[in-house]
Design a protein around this ligand. Structure first.
Ligand code: ADP
Ligand code: ZN
Length: 703
């Protein structure tokens, strides 16, 4: 008996969430649920799983029960729904009986559309666990049911009874874990072997991928964060101790960082989570437990201080960045020591072989010399022909060199110091350093002392790591990290075996060059977006809600781009639904209008002032000096004047191939509103001024 009812699912998407269209394959998933069929959804973190059960919940009669593993986060999820005008609540063991009874009454009187429940509490809901009340059961983070998955939770194990007691109620299970064994296990244990499976693309193109050698990590991290100070990010570490150390060092360096790990009390963990979600704390240094279920859309970067155990974990963790779709960064530090450590962890575990194989794939990813995104996507079963253009390998393709002589120098030095020295000393010997350590040990007597003078310290580091990765040398952890030779090393030293290395990339140099430029960036702390952000922040404070619950960064960026001035224009902004329009719309419209008017008057004069000087034939530098402006500002004036039809020759400021590069970046990045996205895309190599000018020329060309 299968009666098909047709539901309007587009109106609620717009009305409640403010979104214009579904992402692929949300619509087919929702249709499947509405057809009362069991469903398994595999979608990357940030892909948009929640909508897949929230929209059916909105349109069907009765309540959708959402099984979710973390009690601490239920409140946030429910608050998010309520902010959109959706009747939702949660039920768990932290509530008093009277509160729980009230919730049951809400379900019975059909006031609730969604009820979040911890798996352990399900048994107490027997009154309402009937097909009279329940429209659908959604099982979030469904991989928790499987011991194959990487996050097994005993509470999930008993969920198999649901299908038996509610055979006609559709179950929708959702996870970001894609491997086949886990998928099958989920279906078996839930007793839904015939569920339709929907696998969304795992691509998250807005997250740039980067792997760096894991040396001098703290220095690299502080450098990175200091140019991203206002933004939220997570540093994942392998151990509790490391989270605390990293947080402490960041704090000492003046950053707003805290540690998070399973050793903290429940209260402490909740407070860290809340601080992060409410934007009170910018940086959390955490073990992997942190982040699951946190729907914080403006996490701008994720750093892996240590290498993760497997690609699933890595992808899930970096997926916590950029849920709002804006450009975000993932940086992974790859160290040989981590690999050894991780191998030790899995030794002797029940599925050791599987875990070692997964670790091996992770290592291959870290050492890859081809597009990293292609590797990730192929791991999740998606094949791509095109390189992504948004990973470190695509942006700086490795240049291969014959490294045989370099390897011979390093390896023979290793032999001559009797395989007893760690990497730092080895490099000092290679470079002929006369420091006290070398002199005390008499290492300046070694025959190869100074044969590697012509190569910088940092480059030797990277070369030797590459050699280790290629199995030419090994770190002896029990012997003060001394470098030891392997049988392959002997082939290189004595049997003419060739070694291929890649030229190191001078990250630090690039960065140094641009620190100065950055301070002159016109994007910093100005503009409508920043203004709206401060309005949002004061509203959030006043109401005691996380800022993103008011509007997400992506929504504010859209406002900045489209400048909505009426209710109907505001409703066209992605992320503005009916409820948010009612609650916040007028206030934001008023702020926008006021801001624009104030700026218009001031701007018009300043533009004309610049134009007058340009028309008199002054150079950019001269205009800057006369007007006491920075050059990016002058270029933004010229761009505006050019678009307004004034006669200005912009092509003199940017080369043709640079325009083409910017055009490509525009496509790849999805036409982001802020120049910063381009600036970072080009690894800070192309100046803001050039990007601005190129975009203006492109805009004019495209009409
Ligand atoms: P997941 O649970 O898969 O990690 P979420 O359900 O939290 O992801 O969705 C990630 C983000 O994408 C959220 O901010 C959500 O509001 C947004 N989102 C989901 N579907 C759409 C859509 N169709 N259009 C625009 N944004 C969407
Ligand atoms: Zn790539």
């Amino acid at each position: 008996m299968n009666t098909t009812v047709s539901y309007d699912i587009h109106s609620p998407l717009k009305q409640y969430f403010g979104y214009d269209s579904f992402r692929d394959p949300q619509e087919s998933i929702i249709q499947n649920v509405l057809d009362k069929k069991d469903t398994l959804v595999i979608m990357p973190t940030g892909g948009g799983k929640s909508i897949c059960f929230q929209i059916p919940a909105m349109v069907m009669d009765g309540v959708t029960i959402v099984i979710s593993p973390l009690i601490a986060l239920m409140k946030d999820q429910v608050d998010g729904l309520r902010a959109n005008g959706i009747e939702a609540n949660y039920y768990n063991s932290s509530q008093e009986t009277s509160e729980q009874e009230k919730i049951i009454t809400q379900v019975v009187s059909r006031e609730l559309k969604l009820l979040y429940v911890a798996p352990e509490s399900l048994a107490y809901l027997s009154n309402i666990l009937s097909e009279t009340y329940v429209s659908c059961i959604a099982i979030d983070e469904a991989h928790c049911i499987s011991s194959w998955g990487h996050d097994f939770r005993p509470g999930y194990q008993q969920l198999g009874f649901i299908k038996k007691s509610l055979p006609n109620t559709p179950i929708i299970a959702l996870t970001a874990t894609a491997d086949k064994a886990t998928r099958k296990d989920i279906l078996d244990q839930l007793n839904i072997p015939l569920a339709h499976q929907f696998v969304a693309s795992f691509d998250r193109p807005n997250i740039s991928l980067e792997v760096r050698p894991g040396l001098d990590r703290m220095h690299q991290i502080t450098r990175f964060i200091s140019t991203n100070k206002e933004e939220s990010g997570i540093v994942y570490c392998l151990s509790r101790k490391a989270t605390e150390q990293v947080a402490k060092r960041l704090k000492t360096a003046g950053f707003d960082a805290v540690a998070y790990h399973a050793g903290l009390s429940f209260e402490e963990r909740t407070s860290v989570q809340e601080g992060f979600v409410y934007d009170r704390t910018k940086i959390v240094c955490a073990t992997v437990a942190f982040g699951m279920g946190i729907d914080k859309s403006n996490v701008r970067w994720v750093i892996h201080y240590n290498m993760p155990k497997n690609i699933e974990g890595y992808y899930q963790e970096i997926g916590r960045a950029g849920r709002d779709g804006l450009p975000s960064k993932a940086i992974l530090f790859h160290s040989y020591a981590d690999v050894i450590q991780l191998r030790k962890f899995v030794e002797g575990t029940s599925n050791e072989e599987v875990q070692i194989a997964k670790l091996e794939r992770m290592k291959q990813f870290s050492e890859a010399t081809s597009c990293r995104r292609k590797i990730l996507l192929s791991y999740f079963g998606e094949s791509r022909l095109e390189n992504c253009g948004n990973c470190d390998v695509c942006k700086n393709p490795p240049k291969f060199i014959d490294g045989t002589v370099l390897a011979q120098k390093a390896l023979s030095t290793m032999a001559r110091v009797h395989q007893k020295e760690a990497i730092g000393t080895l490099i000092d010997v290679l470079r002929g350093a006369n420091n006290s350590h070398i002199l005390e040990k008499g290492l300046n007597q070694v025959k190869t002392f100074g044969i590697g003078k012509d190569v910088s310290w940092a480059h030797w580091q990277q070369y030797i790591i590459q050699m280790m990765n290629q199995g030419l040398a090994e770190l002896a952890f029990h012997k003060n990290n001394a470098l030891e030779l392997t049988p392959i090393a002997e082939q290189v030293l004595f049997k003419g075996r060739k070694v291929e290395l890649t030229l190191p990339i001078d990250k630090e140099q690039n960065k140094k060059k641009t620190v100065l430029k950055r301070t002159a960036s016109p994007e910093k702390k100005s503009g409508l977006f920043e203004h709206l952000r401060s309005i949002r922040s004061s509203i959030a404070k006043e109401q005691g809600v996380p800022a993103y619950l008011v509007f997400s960064d992506a929504t504010l960026k859209e406002m900045e781009k489209y400048i909505p001035r009426t209710e109907s224009e505001m409703l066209q902004i992605s992320g503005v639904g009916t409820r948010k329009m009612e609650v916040y719309g007028d206030q934001f419209i008023a702020e926008i209008i006021q801001y624009i008017n104030q700026n218009k008057a001031a701007k018009k004069d300043t533009f004309m002032e610049t134009y007058k000087l340009y028309a008199q034939g002054l150079s950019i530098d001269e205009i800057c000096e006369k007007r006491n402006l920075k050059s990016p500002t002058v270029f933004s004036h010229l761009s505006k004047l050019y678009l307004d039809g004034k006669s200005i020759n912009l092509n003199q400021f940017v080369a043709n191939d640079e325009i083409i590069q910017v055009k490509n970046a525009k496509n790849i990045l999805g036409n982001p509103p802020q120049l910063k996205a381009y600036f970072e895309y080009f690894d800070e190599e192309l100046s803001y001024s050039k990007i601005r000018v190129a975009l203006t020329i492109i805009e004019k060309q495209e009409g």
